[in-house]
Structure formats: C-alpha cells, structure tokens
Design a protein around this ligand. Structure first.
Ligand code: NDP
Length: 283
C-alpha cells in the first residue's frame, strides 16, 4: 500500500512539475536550431525570439533562413545568425557547431529538428534512400550532439531531440523515417543514462509528436491518413517547454504518452487500430 501511495504521489508530483515552465528562463540563452527554415523549426525560432534568446538558425535554403532571421529580430530575439548547411554531408555538423559557438560564445540549447525529404508510401526497396536518410535524420544528430557536448557541459545546457510517435510506435508508410526516429530514441536515451552516471548536468529531451500541420506533412499525408493535424506553433511551444523544463520526454499532443504505455498491452488490437487509421487503397 505504501508503495502504491508513493507511486501515485510521485506521479502527481511529476504532473505538477511539468507546469513549471517560466519563459523568462529562455531570455539571453544561446540556441542552435536545426531545420529552422520551415515548419515546426521555423515556429520554434519565433518562440525562442519572443522569449529573448540568441539563436543560430540552420537549414539548406539561405534565402528562406534570411527571412526567418528578419522575423526573429522583429519578434525580439537578442541576436540571430544563420548558416546554410546540408546535413546529408558528414562534415557539416562540426562546421555548424563551430560557427554557433564562435558567434554566441557558447551554447545552452541544441535543438535537433531537421529531417530529410522522404516519401510517405509503402516500402519500395530503396535501401540507398534509407542509408541517406539515416545520415540526415540520425547520424547528423549524433555528430551535432557530440560536437556540442563539451560546451553544453560548461553551460549545464540541454539537447532537445525532435522525434515522432513513429519513433515510439511503428506506423505504416514510414519505414525508413520510423527507423531513423527509433534510432534517435535508442542513442539519446542511452546517452542520457551515461551523462547521469557521470554526473554531467546536460539534459536530453526526446520530443514525441503526432501529426502536425506543416506544409510538408499535410502534402504527404493528404488522402492517406484519417487523423487531424495539430498546429505547428503549439507543437513548437511544447518542444521548447520540454527543453526548458529539462523533461526526459515531451509529448504533443499529451495523450500520446498514455498511448505509448498502453501500446504494449494488446499489441494485435493496436495494430488493427493503427492500420485502420491509414487509407491503404490510395497508397
Ligand atoms: P519540414 O519538412 O516542414 O521542415 C524540415 C526542415 O528541415 C526544414 O527547415 C528544411 O529546410 C530542413 N532540411 C531538410 N532537408 C535538410 C537537409 N538535408 N539538411 C539540413 N536541413 C534540412 O518538417 P516538420 O516541421 O514537419 O518536422 C520537423 C520535425 O518534427 C522533424 O524532426 C519531424 O520528424 C518532426 N515531426 C513532424 C511531424 C509532422 O506531422 N509535421 C510529426 C512528427 C514529428 P531546407 O529545405 O531549407 O533545408
């Protein structure tokens, strides 16, 4: 009985703890944000700006990054820089990190959000694409985090990894994408243990998102899924809050968390629910 009571008390405490986000803690922090030119990354750039952060934005398209930078400055960012980089090239993470540290004099948040373009369809046997996607969606995250760790240890900073429900529960039409997101969970959850065991005060937040209304996601999933997409600006805020409160994991929408727990209970039932959420005839 005492154990049950302690468990429930800890659960309630954890729920209460989640709401202690104070936007003022973001002011003046130094953020490196990837995939910042569009979608959720762009919205994160605007939230960090409203809260007064210094930001280095990166993605491939320079002209778009410049526009996002201008908007960030209007919204109140302390300083904004951008660096175009293609994360399919193994040399880019190190170069981007050096640029960020040189411009901001250190780092408090490394926000890993970019993804490579990938089709939303049945597995077509393109192993080369999977290899390329692993480089963009996974290996570049590992390389960026590795380059950032020494500076994050100095600042007691945070790594924020943007993942997906497809990185917790496998879903159809996303074989390679899902694999890269599962890989992120494996790598960063293991690294979180190791940092804690070494008493290194760097937090790692894995963000688990459902379907979000970014242009890319809507375009890809149109006619193929029976689900409503949620607003990118809210997803972006949930990610920012997860990082700022140093949560282990952040779920948006919130009910994905109980869904992940329940997934193991009746696996065949959940397989049926998942498959029924997709329009196979149009794929
Ligand atoms: P978008 O496609 O809208 O944006 C992707 C970003 O990554 C862009 O800024 C793009 O900019 C950049 N990018 C693409 N290719 C590369 C590359 N090779 N090198 C460097 N940067 C690149 O994605 P979302 O906003 O929809 O997704 C953001 C994150 O949220 C991802 O991690 C995704 O997995 C996750 N997520 C999204 C969901 C959704 O429904 N939208 C659902 C679950 C998770 P550029 O083209 O200029 O390079």
């Amino acid at each position: 009985k005492a154990l049950w009571a302690a468990g429930i008390a800890a659960g309630l405490l954890a729920l209460f703890w989640r709401d202690t986000f104070n936007p003022e803690t973001i002011s003046g922090t130094r953020v490196l944000l990837t995939g910042a030119s569009a979608g959720i990354g762009e919205q994160m750039a605007y939230h960090y700006s409203r809260f007064g952060a210094e930001i280095v934005l990166t993605a491939r398209r320079e002209a778009v990054l410049q526009k996002v930078m201008e908007r960030c400055l209007q919204l109140g960012a302390k300083k904004v820089f951008y660096i175009p980089a293609d994360m399919s090239s193994p040399a880019e993470p190190e170069r981007v990190m050096q640029f960020a540290v040189q411009k901001m004099g250190g780092l408090d948040y490394l926000v890993l959000n970019h993804i490579g373009v990938t089709p939303f369809q049945m597995w077509d046997g393109d192993v080369e694409h999977t290899r390329w996607l692993l480089q963009v969606n996974f290996l570049s995250y590992v390389a960026l985090a590795t380059a950032a760790l020494p500076v994050l240890m100095e600042s007691k900073g945070s790594v924020v990894v943007v993942s997906s429900i497809s990185g917790k529960i496998a879903t159809p039409f996303a074989t390679s994408y899902s694999a890269t997101k599962f890989a992120l969970d494996g790598f960063f959850s293991s690294l979180r243990h190791e940092l804690a065991m070494q008493k290194k005060d760097v937090s790692i937040t894995l963000c688990v998102l459902g379907l979000i209304d970014t242009e890319t996601a809507l375009e890809k999933t149109r006619g193929l899924v029976y689900m409503d997409a949620l607003p990118a600006t809210e997803a972006a805020l949930a990610i920012l809050r997860g990082g700022a409160t140093r949560a282990r994991e952040a779920f948006y929408p919130w009910w994905l968390e109980p869904l992940c727990y329940m997934r193991g209970w009746f696996p065949s039932h959940w397989d049926w629910v998942i498959q029924s959420s997709y329009n196979y005839t149009s794929a």
